[in-house]
Design a protein around this ligand. Sequence first.
Ligand code: NCD
Ligand code: ZN
Ligand code: ZN
Ligand code: ZN
Length: 341
Amino acid sequence: MRFPGLIDAHVHLRVPGGEHKEDLHTGSAAALAGGFTTLLAMPNTQPPLVTLENWRIAQTQAQNQSLCDVFLFAGASIEHIAELPALAQHAHGLKVYLNDTYGPLRVEGTADLARIVQAWPAHKPIALHAEGDSVAVGIAMAALYQRRIHFCHISRKAEIELIADAKARGLPVTCEVTPHHLFLTQEDAKRLGALGDMRPRLAPQEDVDALWQHINSTIDCIASDHAPHTLSEKGSTNPPPGVPGLESTLPLLLTAASEGRITYQRISELLYTAPRRIYNLPEQPDTWIEVDEQAAYTFPDHPLYTKCGWSPFTGRQMTGRLTRVIYKGSVVYQDGKVLSY
Ligand code: NCD
Ligand code: ZN
Ligand code: ZN
Ligand code: ZN
């Protein structure tokens, strides 16, 4: 079975400043090994990508050193609000952090958020890290200022229901969910310890069920939130939140399709059509992926390419495997190996 080259609209490639966790070479190889040929990478780097100068340097590097297409989000900080109009001419989207998570970027208070939202043009999306009541704040921004608000990694019943209501009223909002919030619960978090800790945290079964109830309606796309940290960081006394996901996302979804929980057509919409539309991403000529939807195996069935080297899904039974990736006319992945690596 063939799919278009998939798009992961939420990854952390850790460049610049976090290259011991991931770099452009390992991160983009992990993308190809997961069936992704386009990535949107987050700006919570060191330094964060909140000025045009830093963004430009990082974007050029990403383009030159990656094995697939990589587009970088611009980051928002109130100190650098004057940079936003210039950043908006180049970046496909703006990222704003409303709650505590990994990295220094945070926008505190609704007044600062409103200024940032208005400084960004109406036709390009603003992606929000918004948990709980922050989702309502994001919806208010969409309504008051007619800005396109995209909610990252929605994980709770109350959040997805608010977004469903906002959409029913015609507000310009979209949202993504992650595979870990679809396939793991609070119970797994106990078992996994730091390897199952991320923001938003894993949720009770009831919330996971709610996400699945909205999988063919309210949810626009699935993004991995690939957030690699090393095993030694995860084993420390103050482990950073985040889990890798580039190489497990497609296997998990193919497995769900083999069980009749989602259609293959819907996977294609969630991982290609919708992110391409939301972020206005270019078409990739002569690019597609091939999967064997019947292959059964224990994940991972070949060494992971992500530099962090682990996955919260290790040991899981999967049905459905990526067999080949053709990227701009060349075979770049075959038989478990990234050929361009
Ligand atoms: C992300 C990271 O490590 O950069 N961590 C996470 O737990 N999701 C940050 C983020 O996406 O919020
Ligand atoms: Zn986040
Ligand atoms: Zn993230
Ligand atoms: Zn190489």
